[in-house]
Design a protein around this ligand. Sequence first.
Ligand SMILES: C[S@@+](CC[C@H](N)C(=O)[O-])C[C@H]1O[C@@H](n2cnc3c(N)ncnc32)[C@H](O)[C@@H]1O
Length: 203
Amino acid sequence: MEAVDKRADGRVDSARSLGSSGSSTDSLRAYLQVGWNSVHGWLDRYSATVIADLTQVQREHRIVGAFGEIGVHHGKLFILMRLAAPEDRCFAIDVFDDQHLNVDHSGAGDRVKFLSNVAYWSGSVDGVAVIQQSSLDISADRLLGEVGRCRMISIDGGHTEQCTLNDLRLGEAVLQERGVAIVDDCFNEEWPDVATGVSRYCL
Ligand SMILES: C[S@@+](CC[C@H](N)C(=O)[O-])C[C@H]1O[C@@H](n2cnc3c(N)ncnc32)[C@H](O)[C@@H]1O
């Protein structure tokens, strides 16, 4: 947190003023136009738009709850989900500096960059439950205790079969009835174990 305060000096104010002078829709639009390019990570523009729209559809259908992501890296998708629903509780799971737990080397989470990016683009890191741990070691009760039941969860942590299966089961346990799980790289031939994990989950 201390690192965020140092790094975010001044830059947080500009993001806050964006939020206070305009609506959260303006902040989301600004992020999609500018921020999306400046935050390192993996999220194509089409997926970003669909996920933002999905959040709006959930709101219209009164599907409420928290959101969160397993595998945030520098926050590229997480920030989008936060700007789409700034009032919601949320969690961010990543091994961050404990990269020896990132067994398949998918991305490389950086806690300082993540918090700095979230602070800059959403105005603060208030209400973000940051959990620096392998998702393999996190229980559903812990997550429910941190943020309550979820309406949306992005699964983009370890890309092994074991992690994918674990994260889907964790997601199922914390999502509410009409909640949505987003699985990254399911059809990416560079990460075939994700599809295997999804298939095993569906068996
Ligand atoms: C592909 S990156 C995530 C990209 C991110 N969703 C984005 O928006 O750009 C995968 C992330 O998962 C983290 N990770 C890898 N194995 C993990 C595990 N077992 N538990 C939690 N996080 C993990 C990595 O440190 C990395 O930051």
